[in-house]
Structures are given as C-alpha cells and as structure tokens.
Design a protein around this ligand. Sequence first.
Ligand SMILES: Cc1ncc(COP(=O)(O)O)c(C=O)c1O
Length: 252
Amino acid sequence: LKVDSGLGRGGALPGDWQRLVDQAAAAQSAGHLDVTGVWSHLARSNEPGHPSIAAQTATFDAAVAYANSAGLEPCHVHLANSGGALASPDTWFTMVRPGIAIYGVTPFPDGASPVELVPAMTLRATVALAKRAPAGLGVSYGHTYTTERETTLALVPLGYGDGIPRHASGRGPVLVGGQRFRIAGRVCMDQFVLDVGDAAVHAGDVAVLFGRADRGEPTAYDWAVAADTIGYEIVTRLGARVSRTYVGEVAR
Ligand SMILES: Cc1ncc(COP(=O)(O)O)c(C=O)c1O
C-alpha cells in the first residue's frame, strides 16, 4: 500500500489512508490478499536537512502505525530513494530504493556525496573521421562555432538521436587520447564534432563522453551541468542504437 506522505504524486493521501487500510485489512482477513509492504516516496531527499524530509518521515511513521493498529504487519516498509539512503538515516525503515546511486551517480545537485560513489557506466564512441581544417571554417548546423586557426576536427558518431542532449552543444566534455575537449558547435542527430587543435587524434580513436572521474574521464554529472539537466537524465536517455556491454559481476 502506498501512502502519499508529501510528494503529491502516487499513493493515497493521509485523508484517504485509514479507509484504504481498513479495506485492505478486511480483504486480507477474508483471504483475498496479503499486504506485504507499505511505502512512500520523498520529494526533496536531494536536499539533506530540508524540513519536508522530517515531515514526510513523520507522516509515513503515522501511516505505518495505523496499518499496524489495523492488524497489518507488512514486512517491507520503505521510503528512501538515493538521497534518503545516502544522507537521511531516519528514512531507512526496512529497506531503501536507490536508483541513481546504483549508477554511481550522485543525486545531490552540487555533485557531492557523503558516501563515495563509483560510476558504473561509461559512454564511449569511436572517432569516425579526423581531418585538418583551415581557420575560419564554420562547424556543424548553424555555424555556431568557427575554427580560430588551422586545426583538426574529429567527428564522433553519437547525436541527439542516441540521447546526447542537443542542449550540450558547444559544451559537452569528451576525452580523447587523454585530453579533454568540448563539443564544437551543434550536436546533430547522429554525430557531433570536436575541435582537437593539433592533438594527434585519428579515426578509430576512443572518445569517452562520460565515465569515471578517477580515470580523468568526464562524468555524467559534468554532462548534466553542460546540458543544464540532472545526471539522472544523462544516464537514462541513451537510445536503442547505443549498444550496451555489461562488465564485472553483472556480465557473469
Ligand atoms: C518510487 C521511486 N522510488 C525510488 C526511485 C529512485 O530514486 P533515486 O534515483 O533518486 O534513487 C524513484 C525514481 O524515480 C521512484 O520513482
């Protein structure tokens, strides 16, 4: 049974909770169902200490207490998502439901985390083309970027059709050959361009869009900042054309 403790989304509002619990308890007594869980979801767990967390926890506590008083003994009682699991122990109950933390990406808007998170996901592509270009060349749709001097342009075959945010045009960070570059000009449907200067970048080189900071790679958080969004959107929006390779424990 889900109580809406203050997110204003799914679940029964506190004013409807007693009726829901009473009916569920009656249905359970009649052998029609077993209530195995009571749960709710936090609105602002990515703001540790925000008063809404304590308020929702108190509302949830009261809802669980009412369910118990009605004879329900759910074994799963859960409220916390990643923010709660990482920073608000009062929200833990019998289990937690981390989503973004499982990706190793922080839910907190400043990019920090009280518990070290290791990104589980790396997005790589292979440079499709690298060519010398003269100064003054307009790059990609709308020519929002122009080369300042003779340079090398590298074409990376990922675009908004794959889930690369077009909003990251001119900003998205990419690591090639140990050097970090920013997208030059607009992200297209299937590709974008890097201006790599005089770096020795060639077709076939690996371009890392996001991965692990401890390997010098940009992170999903860096992309979230570049695209004016949240890390959640960066790691979940990749399309079907991006092939997934599972490594480590999950690969076995
Ligand atoms: C009901 C519910 N529980 C848990 C989560 C996981 O949240 P997070 O990714 O912030 O840990 C979500 C995320 O959408 C959710 O909707």
